[in-house]
Design a protein around this ligand. Sequence first.
Ligand code: 4AD
Ligand code: MG
Length: 425
Amino acid sequence: MHAPEHVDEKVKIGAWLSNKRSSGKIVFLQLRDGTAFFQGVLHRDAVSEEKFNQAKELKQETSLYVIGTIHEDSRSKFGYEMQIDDFEVVGESENYPITPKEHGIDFLLDHRHLWLRSSQPNAILRIRSEVIKATYEFFSQHDFVKIDAPILTGSAPEGTTELFETDYFDTKAYLSQSGQLYEEAGAMAFGRVFSFGPVFRAEKSKTRRHLTEFWMIEPEMAWMHQEESLELQEQYISFLIKNVIDNCSRELETLGRDVNVLKKYTQLPYPRISYDEAIELLKDNGFDIEWGADFGSPEETFLANNFDKPVFVLNYPKAIKPFYMKRHPTRNDVYICADLLAPEGYGEIIGGSERDTDYEYLKEQIIKSGQDIKEYSWYLDLRKYGTVPHSGFGLGLERFITWITGQDHLRKTIPFPRMINRIYP
Ligand code: 4AD
Ligand code: MG
């Protein structure tokens, strides 16, 4: 319902009853039509006694047509109210499981197909949809072409330990961990490309940052070095946040997310520190960590807390990053790469790098990573026929949404989460 366009007009709206209260003479119906939550007011003298009694007995999540007039109402948290003249029940609802009382998270996740109707999931998933829309806008403004990557693949760009394997006729296939290698092929044909689709990781880790199926945005840019890619990354993140601030203020309010905190994150540039500096910072502050180790959640949280914006950590050790990253020109122990760490304890949201361009080197790297070189012969062709400097990155959509909406767990930011113990509903 676009209430502002229908003030003082008589309308008929299909809606669900999300809650209800009544005094002797009035029934207040909390309604949801899909676009918004709003209140309908039914006075006893506006309808027959039978109708008024029926309204008092309506059950939660009954679907109905409500007929009435929209009024502006500054006292209502929705800003508008509907004076109801009449209603027709469309679908009854007995014993709706999610009542206004508190429920445990497992119960809610078991009822995710219904929980989507509640105000918090509704707000989070509307913000997700806005971020998706803004993503297409940003990349289209910057001349990117969307190149869809396959889901069924023969390669494991991010390592072989987290693969979902499936039968594929007489052979085996894996569910894609990342579209990146295909985007590299796309970049050589179109210059700037991106993919946006589900990717899969057989993560055994049961953390609040890991899903087994998540959505990733993976841009890849030909003729672009890492420094320029970092600039693009921060512009993209800032653009997404601005769009959420501008177009989702009601949702942010529902979630209790302070817009002034988010506004800080739209200011560029974001700070950059090297992995070496990060290790020193951690050591100086009592962390038991040595150069070469990967960061866990406590380390990422501590590092990000030193800044009031997201921070790029540059040039990680080779041993903890994938085979395709570009070698450093003067050091043989690190890559030209960066992770972007979000503030407030949300950790890594982007991983990216410049890509190595040398045929023989990459061939060796693939063999060293224990993979079948035959699966990568197409990828190596990209280094055989007109190789050029190129860079790219991947943003985990749910990690980003979790941070922007201030949630405590990734599972709330995807319609139907898939985790180690959950594939229902
Ligand atoms: O750092 P990752 O593994 O990088 C890649 O896959 C590269 N191929 C991207 C590229 O350069 N094109 O993953 C990228 C991002 C992470 O920063 C994180 O936000 C998210 O994907 N991510 C996950 N999100 C949810 N659940 C998981 N299990 C995730 N693993 C990574
Ligand atoms: Mg990563």
